[in-house]
Design a protein around this ligand. Sequence first.
Ligand SMILES: C=C(O[C@@H]1C=C(C(=O)O)C=C[C@H]1O)C(=O)O
Length: 357
Amino acid sequence: MPLNEIRKKIDALDNKLIDLLAERAELVHEVGVIKKKENLQIYAPEREASLLQRLTDINGGRLPDKSVHAIYREIMSCALALEDDLKIAYLAPEGTWTHQAAIKKFGHSVEYTAGSNFAEVFDMVARRKCDYGVVPIENSTEGAVSHTLDLFVDSPLHICAQILLRIDHCLMAGIERKEIKTIYSHPQAFGQSKNWLLREFPEVDLVEVSSTAKAAELAKEFAADGAAAIGPALAAELNGLSILETSIQDSATNTTRFLVIGEKFCPQTGKDRTSILFSVRDRPGSLVKALQSFDHLNVNMSKIESRPSKQRDWEYIFYVDLAGHCEDELVSQALEELDTHCSMVKILGSYPDISES
Ligand SMILES: C=C(O[C@@H]1C=C(C(=O)O)C=C[C@H]1O)C(=O)O
């Protein structure tokens, strides 16, 4: 078929697509009216997860699932903006990995507000200045983000979704590689690129700052003093810096898990994950007995972290992730049994256990 004929066919399809999108938007509007009347959450991660799964199941065309998901991410982002002016809090400044994780989950049509640290992100959601917040919880090479874990202890917020994001760090600067005297970055990014830094820049000063995007701003500001930064390519672009080397993290598959925090839990999807925190009574065997609650009911425990309680020295709070939803029969029984061995149990949330990054 000649090129202009093919393009005519594409135009005709695009006309249909626009009509179909308009028809979808009408239905989305109706959903929004019902949600407001019944005081339901606008963002429905369980519906989004099942919708994306259904698209994967029916997709038999040339487009890979990843592309279909990306298109629908933006269609659903438009829907969220149409139903309400959804506002999402992330860690400032623009271009942080947290910002990019938030866009991966909520798309480009919703509004974003930056908080200067993770405590502020929690606070903006708790005070309803934002509907949801995005915070990192753990990295595949560096482990837990302890600051986020600590913030959950006193927060009334819940986890309603998770985001997995592949993290590819760059070395960026406004100067040449041989002129670098100081490298700025977030402690997590330094940790994820430790071996590379020891090999390539053993003599350089490493300065920890609040985010990788902040590091890029400082690399720009202090270029004349020999400053560079480690962080996302987007931060280099936003600050007009050159990328001197890409993919410098020690693990090629470096991935960070982020959480979406909001006021409510997410309903069951059939493939969920539950995050809890608890502290045990100071008695022999109490931690073992607490953990046996999961084993007795065959509930898989995928993660455990401990943090100082900050109430009394040498007293700990344990963070555990479980397979299943807290309303699933076995998980709910395991949590009841756990309660009998603990001085405190808090269910942080149940949410779809997506595994694609
Ligand atoms: C339209 C809805 O609201 C939002 C938008 C969705 C969509 O565009 O399909 C799906 C889930 C929600 O996050 C809904 O809940 O069905």
